[in-house]
Design a protein around this ligand. Structure first.
Ligand SMILES: [Zn+2]
Length: 238
């Protein structure tokens, strides 16, 4: 008669085996985690790690920079652009072109202002130029971007939005067909295409930009249009 092994012995033999298998399965995963935690600190690696780690301001600015790049803007990041006194830009970018339209000279702006301007160029200026002038811009003539100064260049006046990179002044454009358009005073209601384009531009900008000033506004903007992203909810457009 064949004897069957007692159940208790079978359990005794299998239990260590089971434990060994379980340990074998569990140990490698746990060891990987542990090795990641217990790596000895390497002081020589720390400067590199700090250089690679973005600062908090860079982190905050990263979505804006990514949006600029995605919008087809050619720019260089300038980080914090220091200015005297309260002037300066935390998240400065220097924009040299927007979707094939060159900015001449390049514009030093805050990233958010550059993003708003690129959106306005792409959505409004190009289509309005096509409608009124029969062509699209190839070069945008920039009269001013960042500048540490009082409003209307008056020393001692309240600082202009230009002092914070939140403003751009435009004096004209060259179009793809070789013609140019320049900011200048026009008679009210003029049917001149250049006048109609200028009016359309100023009207469309009021809202996306908080301040829009051009010819006829205050005598300081007869040959350029000022667009800014002042930090207020209301608009001032003249
Ligand atoms: Zn201005």
């Amino acid at each position: 008669m064949a004897l069957s092994p007692p159940r208790s012995r079978s359990f005794t033999v299998r239990l260590p085996l089971l434990l060994a298998i379980l340990c074998g399965l569990l140990t490698p995963a746990f060891a990987e985690d542990t090795s990641a935690i217990v790596l000895p600190p390497d002081p020589s690696a720390r400067p590199d790690m700090q250089a690679m780690a973005p600062t908090s301001s860079r982190d905050a600015n990263r979505p804006c920079l990514a949006a600029l790049a995605a919008a087809g803007v050619v720019f260089e990041t300038r980080g914090r652009h220091e200015g005297s006194g309260q002037c300066g830009i935390d998240d400065a970018v220097e924009v040299s072109a927007i979707r094939g339209t060159a900015l001449q000279p390049s514009a030093l702006l805050s990233c958010q202002t550059a993003l708003a301007w690129s959106d306005f160029m792409t959505r409004t200026i190009t289509s309005q130029a096509r409608t009124h002038l029969g062509s699209t811009p190839s070069t945008l003539f920039v009269a001013a971007s960042y500048a540490c100064r009082g409003r209307n260049n008056v020393p001692g006046a309240r600082l202009s939005e230009h002092s914070f990179g939140r403003a751009i002044d435009v004096r004209g454009m060259e179009l793809a067909d070789g013609t140019t358009w320049s900011v200048r005073p026009h008679a009210s209601g003029s049917s001149d295409p250049a006048a109609r384009f200028q009016t359309a531009l100023r009207q469309a900008a009021c809202g996306p930009f908080k301040t829009v000033l051009g010819p006829g506004s205050d005598g300081h903007h007869e040959r350029h249009i000022h667009f800014d992203m002042a930090l207020r909810s209301s608009t001032y457009c003249r």
